[in-house]
Design a protein around this ligand. Structure first.
Ligand SMILES: [Zn+2]
Ligand SMILES: [Zn+2]
Ligand SMILES: [Zn+2]
Length: 489
């Protein structure tokens, strides 16, 4: 049992050097810098333009930017607004899920014990069909639609360094692996358990150049996989894995379920993204490595190259480029930590969720009540880190899921922010005390209940700075202070 305690440190990472302001950044450079700063300091995203301008000037002491230029750069890239209705959303373009209770019944009767799929004001959702007390389990999906092995571990898988399915580094000796028949006869792949080996039904057709299966050219699959890895097109790879399972077992209902989930073209999604994604807001699973500018033709080219390789890998596949983009959009809208759990995927979002999930070591997911749930209540999970401020939460949701969150918490926090906007007396003065006071109030705003959230920390990613003391594993950043959960001595 690891005991965590909270520790707050002051950082001094702002650029304080004063020199001539002789560098004129482009609008993209401004957005990149601001998004990078917000990534380091999420609460700064709630700041108003005057404070943003003042702080940016302190960060980049050689930049020559006017407040107007900053405002227009951010506004034109959907990064700043006082009027949420101005932001580009795409929820009206999302095709809702077609799945019903009886489709899910066919997957597993027990799944539907306590929930039902219904139409709600947020689209398809899940409601409780009985009371569930706080802490009670409400959904248990023991396997995702099909396990999608981690893309970035594939080079290690090919060398037998980790399990071909779950990517775990195995502690078994090579004798034990051979004795338990956990190695492949034709390549260097190994599996950590009999269960993982059994789940890897596409291994030989995807990974053995000698397989000669007419459904799949493994040479081309490996090219596709490498391309997806290089370009961080995680969802393209995931669609490829799901399609391969379907091609090999066409009688399973995997593909039917997958293609019945809510969907929108990936193209619609990347067009709604902010200018350059340097902060990795869009499709966090691709680590934000989406090329220099997601709105340039680069994305279009990358995706059509990926589709070309996918088609070569599956010569009998009749999907076209548009289908492929729709399915990658489907994957992104419905995935949880890189896997698709079809029932859990129906749970809508709220920044004050009434359920949370735990992933099980061998691919299962369990959804628990965070508070007492009454029969007929809709279930809500949070899709974003609930420790983030309203502006960042709304941006992440808008970019990745196409909607502006209007949950009670967002409405209240946004209203607080608007009060500051609408009261000229509250607008920034040069006085450091005002800034500090406002920072404190926005910190309070961004921290619903740190203790409770940390206790339930599995359901969202905490920001983990890459170069910190490894003992400081979970960290959440606020302003020039960092709050860390560190192991107790
Ligand atoms: Zn495994
Ligand atoms: Zn093999
Ligand atoms: Zn919200």
């Amino acid at each position: 049992m690891v005991h965590l305690k909270l520790e707050t440190l002051r950082l001094n990472d702002e650029d304080q050097v004063v020199g001539p302001r002789n560098f004129k950044p482009t609008s993209t450079q401004i957005c990149d810098e601001v998004v990078r700063w917000w990534k380091e300091e999420p609460v700064a995203e709630d700041l108003l333009i005057d404070t943003l301008f003042e702080r940016l000037n302190r960060r980049r002491s050689n930049w020559s930017v006017t407040k107007d230029e900053l405002y227009h750069a951010l506004k034109s890239h959907n990064l700043y607004t006082n009027e949420v209705n101005e932001l580009k959303t795409y929820d009206d373009m999302i095709q809702p899920s077609y799945l019903t209770d009886s489709d899910m019944d066919q997957v597993d009767k027990k799944l539907m014990d306590k929930v039902s799929i219904v139409d709600s004001e947020f689209g398809k959702g899940l409601i409780a069909t009985q009371d569930v007390p706080k802490g009670g389990m409400i959904v248990h999906e023991s396997l995702p639609l099909s396990v999608i092995p981690q893309l970035d571990k594939q080079p290690l898988v090919a060398r037998g360094k980790c399990c071909g399915v779950c990517s775990a580094f195995t502690t078994l000796s090579s004798q034990l692996i051979i004795k338990n028949n956990l190695d492949c006869n034709s390549c260097d792949t190994i599996w950590c358990s009999k269960q993982c080996k059994k789940l890897d039904i596409t291994h030989s057709i995807l990974k053995h150049p000698t397989s000669r299966n007419p459904l799949c050219s493994s040479v081309d699959w490996i090219k596709f996989e490498n391309f997806c890895l290089k370009e961080s097109l995680y969802s393209a790879y995931a669609v490829g894995v799901l399609y391969a399972r379907h091609a090999l077992q066409p009688t399973s209902n995997l593909w039917e379920i997958f293609t019945s989930l809510c969907s929108v073209s990936q193209k619609v999604r990347w067009q709604a993204s902010d200018s350059t994604n340097v902060g990795g807001t869009f499709d966090a699973s691709s680590n934000g490595k989406l090329g220099s500018d997601v709105t340039t033709p680069t994305m279009e080219t990358q995706w059509s190259l990926a589709f070309g390789m996918f088609s070569k890998a599956f010569p009998k596949c009749e999907l076209n480029n548009e289908d492929f983009l729709n399915f990658t959009g489907t994957f992104n809208l419905n995935q949880t930590m890189g896997q698709v759990y079809p029932l859990t995927a129906h749970i809508n979002h709220s920044c004050e969720p009434n359920v949370r999930y735990d992933l099980e070591p061998k691919y299962g997911i369990k959804v628990y009540a965070r508070k007492d749930i009454k029969k007929g209540d809709q279930l809500f999970l949070t899709y974003v880190n609930p420790l983030h401020g309203v502006t960042l939460r709304r941006r992440e949701l808008r970019v990745n899921y196409g909607f502006i969150c209007n949950c009670a918490r967002c409405m209240q926090e946004w209203e607080t922010r608007q009060k500051i906007v609408n009261h000229p007396s509250n607008i920034l003065t040069d006085s450091e005390t005002t800034t500090t006071a406002r920072r404190k109030s926005s910190m309070k705003m961004a921290r619903p209940s740190l203790k409770e959230l940390l206790e339930n920390g599995d359901e969202f990613d905490l920001e983990i700075p890459s170069e910190v003391n490894p003992r400081r594993r979970l960290s959440v950043r606020f302003n020039s202070h960092v709050t860390l959960a560190v192991e107790e001595e």
